[in-house]
Design a protein around this ligand. Structure first.
Ligand SMILES: NC(=O)c1ccc[n+]([C@@H]2O[C@H](COP(=O)([O-])OP(=O)(O)OC[C@H]3O[C@@H](n4cnc5c(N)ncnc54)[C@H](OP(=O)(O)O)[C@@H]3O)[C@@H](O)[C@H]2O)c1
Length: 340
């Protein structure tokens, strides 16, 4: 492809296992807006362009079509399986005994793979919402986080790792108190943690905790998810790309503010997984990490764009009796208990 990126030129991070992972990947959540064929077409274009890391999940509802793209790319010789790093995640309604293996089996069938490079627990509780639901949706069966229930899931994750069906394990949407409760009980520690991370929501403490624990961080919604579903939009949310600190740096570099967010993420030491079905956008996202880095002063300026603005608040996962979305995130440093 003309002007494609040499994947060998994309910097890589080293996981605790010693395996390498590209410093940037492509997200595949269509945000209830982009249909599976649009997303899978973007994955096909992204492979041709030089992307080697893809962040999938069963709940995104598009693994089957993305799997066709992977299969065609392997058959055509565009890329070899071992050159891709493919994530997937077990959805919240598959936390029961035996469910993780079933969920991964379906994902492997859909993605047409023998293994995933990393398999994540998407959310640390079994609280389910239907795809496309609105922000007021609540499931009466939802429960607060329980370390024991989480370990039931994690033990199954460890087994699929033992079986070679997942090369690495990951957690997502965790907090420090939750990690403190479960990490000492993990036979196989997570190599990766996915967390919301963008200039207006940097999660510095959690990021530092992961780095210290030897866990590589993948930052989701790295551009501030401007097209996120309505359930994740709240009055008072900041738009990262419009914040003065980001806009000024973008102007100085003559680039879109989205690319400032991505450069900052990678230079900080985390892996952004921006989503776009638009060729111009996903191509410039990958290219952005190859040259024209932010200066130290610009990195310091982005640090000041912190607004403590969590976008994916997760209120649809609240259990009966919970006070508000803050209960999901252990804001006072302790795991929020359920109603007594
Ligand atoms: N673990 C979890 O719970 C979790 C939660 C959320 C997301 N994720 C993962 O993280 C991925 C990314 O998150 P996200 O989709 O929420 O947010 P995001 O990547 O921050 O934002 C995506 C939006 O940014 C726009 N964009 C992308 N590149 C751009 C560019 N170069 N210039 C201008 N606009 C650009 C796109 O608009 P256009 O569509 O107009 O191009 C796209 O709709 C997801 O796809 C998913 O894989 C994981």
């Amino acid at each position: 492809m003309a002007d494609s990126v040499d994947p060998g030129a994309v910097p890589q991070f080293t996981l605790s296992s010693g395996s390498k992972i590209p410093c940037i990947g492509m997200g595949t959540f269509g945000s209830d807006k982009y249909a599976p064929p649009e997303v899978s077409a973007a994955v096909a274009g992204a492979i041709r362009f030089g992307y080697r890391l893809f962040d999938c999940a069963s709940v995104y509802g598009n693994e089957d079509l993305i799997g066709q793209v992977f299969e065609e790319a392997f058959k055509a010789g565009t890329v070899k399986r071992e050159e891709l790093f493919i994530n997937s995640k077990v959805w919240n309604d598959m936390h029961g005994r035996g469910d993780v293996l079933l969920s991964l089996a379906q994902t492997l069938k859909d993605l047409r793979l023998d293994y995933v490079d990393a398999y994540f627990v998407h959310w640390p509780f079994p609280n389910y919402h239907a795809p496309g639901c609105d922000g007021e949706t609540r499931n009466p069966g939802s429960v607060p986080f329980s370390p024991d229930a989480f370990m039931t899931v994690w033990t199954q994750m460890e087994r699929i790792c033992d079986m070679g069906l997942a090369k690495h394990l990951g957690m997502s949407n965790m907090t420090i108190p939750k990690l403190e409760a479960v990490l000492p009980r993990c036979r196989i520690k997570p190599a990766l943690i996915e967390m919301e991370q963008h200039p207006c929501f940097q999660q510095q403490e959690l990021f530092d905790y992961c780095v210290k624990a030897g866990i590589t961080v993948i930052g989701y919604s790295p551009i501030g998810s401007p097209n996120r579903p309505g359930r994740d939009k709240s009055p008072g949310d900041y738009a990262d790309t419009e914040e003065p600190e980001i806009a000024a740096i973008a102007e100085a570099h003559g680039i879109h503010p989205a690319l400032v967010c991505l450069k900052w993420a990678v230079q900080r030491g985390s892996i952004p997984i921006p989503f776009s079905v638009h060729e111009k956008n996903y191509q410039s996202n990958l290219r952005s990490v190859l040259s024209d880095p932010l200066t130290e002063a610009e990195m310091a300026a982005v640090k000041k764009a912190e607004r403590n603005c969590r976008l994916v608040k997760g209120q649809v996962f609240l259990w009966p009796g919970a006070k508000g979305w803050e209960d999901l995130w252990d804001m006072d440093g302790k795991i929020t208990p359920g109603p007594r």
